[in-house]
Design a protein around this ligand. Structure first.
Ligand SMILES: C[S@@+](CC[C@H](N)C(=O)[O-])C[C@H]1O[C@@H](n2cnc3c(N)ncnc32)[C@H](O)[C@@H]1O
Length: 206
């Protein structure tokens, strides 16, 4: 998927999922289960943050958030979104398959990916897995939202549960949930069959 072009022409339907309760409520429930005690909850990384929809939400909830993305226009929109919400989000221009070179830092307790990993090529997925493992805290949780694997023209190819596990061999996949996009007609047409996966660095259940 050519995200640079997508943002240039204003095509970013994934942002609408924040206003779609079956999807958003489930994701927020998974996030809430990682929030121990009172905020601030610790460092969180939004991987492929786009225009920062979820980064801003995490910051609102009391996480110390960094968002990384490869498309500068998306990051500019994220900056505006954070400003408007009056929250602080550190935004970094970088590649999720080379997070250490992008200087995102380390020690992240929560890592979130809504829609980036499942669009990467096979070799890139392993690279993202290695990079995420390098910058995550020992007790980190990773939440990943993926389409099921299928050819969909220019849209992300998706990835099966086994593909997620293969890219993150140091992590345990502890949960799988339906990421419900119904009744989105585009999702039906392309059979996204979307899932949230929860992975734990130390095998801890949510
Ligand atoms: C489907 S969008 C999701 C954006 C955001 N997470 C959301 O839910 O609104 C996928 C995002 O991943 C970013 N992306 C894709 N490949 C990337 C890479 N190799 N490094 C950094 N960002 C990447 C795209 O620019 C895009 O913003």
């Amino acid at each position: 998927m050519n995200y640079r072009l997508a943002y240039a022409i204003g095509f970013h339907p994934w942002e609408d999922l924040a206003e779609h309760p079956p999807f958003a409520d489930k994701l927020l429930e998974l996030i809430a289960r990682e929030e121990e005690g009172e905020p601030p909850y610790g460092p969180a990384l939004d991987i492929g943050t786009g225009s920062g929809v979820w980064a801003v939400e995490l910051a609102r909830r009391g996480w110390r958030v960094t968002g990384v993305d490869i498309v500068e226009k998306a990051l500019r929109r994220a900056e505006a979104r954070a400003r408007e919400a009056a929250v602080e989000v550190r935004l970094i221009h970088g590649d999720v398959t080379d997070l250490r070179s992008a200087n995102v830092g380390s020690g992240y307790r929560l890592l979130l990916d809504t829609g980036t990993f499942h669009g990467l090529a096979d070799g890139q997925r392993g690279a993202m897995g290695r990079e995420v493992s390098a910058i995550a805290a020992p007790d980190a949780t990773l939440l990943v939202d993926c389409f099921a694997p299928r050819r969909r023209g220019p849209l992300p190819r998706g990835v099966a549960r086994g593909g997620v596990e293969d890219a993150f061999p140091e992590w345990s996949l502890t949960e799988e949930h339906l990421a419900d996009t119904d009744p989105d007609p585009i999702a039906r047409l392309f059979r996204f069959d979307e899932r949230f996966y929860r992975l734990s660095r130390n095998g801890r259940a949510g």
